[in-house]
Design a protein around this ligand. Structure first.
Ligand SMILES: C[S@@+](CC[C@H](N)C(=O)[O-])C[C@H]1O[C@@H](n2cnc3c(N)ncnc32)[C@H](O)[C@@H]1O
Length: 260
């Protein structure tokens, strides 16, 4: 229980999101308690993999072509990596990275259990801190998917333990990490290459405001491109798929083309 005079995590969470989503918050919040309707990914897989339908969009927006070099910077457990791998069909190269050893083990399992053996030879598994990647492989990849660690409000709301501990500090500490990952991706993709930045966060601080900051700090180095698909709602820089209106998500994504 919260101490007298001190707001509980649940109260802080409510206050924070209600003030941002205003009259939409009640329906948005209710939709986050509803079970995710899982999409069954089967095309070109050995067995079906289930994921939120909104998760299909970030890897599809990367528009991967056979023969390209692709980095999935925060890849575990691997639903989006599977989509990238089935697009490459064993050609080019796919580096699937995740900092967490446990999640990396799960990632390898997912790839090995679902992907055709003949499409596994081009895959490299790594466990680096993505925010430092640019030091090792600058100007390296044709395309990068950066599905960043984020607030995951759906998860927080559905976990009493996480909700109890929630403070706005959670967003404040995640946003600089997300920004560092994006800056690193910008140096790691080749000039002319494409990054898709995505999160499953509701908070604009982790979505459009990260891109806004990139505009301020890396002016002239990139351009935001229109998305290929029109799922969800248009935001300043990308799109947001939200469960109250789309029955899937939350997923935010934005396409960033490196210029120089
Ligand atoms: C949103 S999840 C990725 C979900 C995954 N793309 C998928 O579709 O299954 C974010 C992942 O980033 C990883 N991560 C967190 N910080 C990282 C860092 N600095 N470098 C690389 N991975 C990181 C976490 O372990 C987590 O697995």
């Amino acid at each position: 229980m919260a101490k007298k005079g001190k707001k509980s995590g649940e109260e802080l969470f409510e206050e924070y999101y209600a003030s941002r989503w205003e009259e939409r918050w009640d329906s948005l919040k209710a939709s986050l308690f509803e079970e995710v309707s899982h999409y069954s990914l089967t095309e070109n897989l050995e067995q079906a993999y289930y994921l939120d339908e909104a998760s299909l969009y970030p890897p599809k927006e990367l528009d991967v072509q056979e023969g390209e070099s692709v980095l999935d910077m925060c890849a575990a457990p691997g639903g989006k990596s599977l989509i990238l791998a089935t697009t490459l069909k064993g050609s080019g190269s796919l580096t699937v990275n995740d900092l967490s050893p446990d999640r990396r083990r799960r990632l390898r399992q997912v790839m090995e259990n679902h992907l055709r053996p003949e499409w596994q030879g081009n895959i490299r598994y790594t466990g680096y801190d993505g925010s430092l990647w640019y030091r090792h492989e600058p100007d390296w990849y044709d395309k990068i998917l950066l599905d960043a660690p984020c607030s995951s409000e759906r998860h927080v709301l559905n976990s009493p333990e996480h909700l109890k501990k929630w403070t706005p500090g959670r967003i404040k500490s995640l946003a600089p990490r997300q920004f560092a990952l994006l800056c690193s991706a910008l140096e790691t993709v080749k000039p002319g290459g494409l990054i898709v930045y995505s999160t499953c966060a509701l908070a604009a601080e982790e979505n459009d405001l990260i891109i806004e900051r990139l505009h301020k700090k890396r002016k002239g180095r990139f351009t935001v491109e229109p998305t290929l698909f029109t799922a969800g709602e248009e935001t300043r820089y990308g799109r947001h798929i939200l469960p109250d209106r789309d029955g899937a998500g939350p997923i935010y994504y934005c396409r960033i083309r490196r210029l120089s």
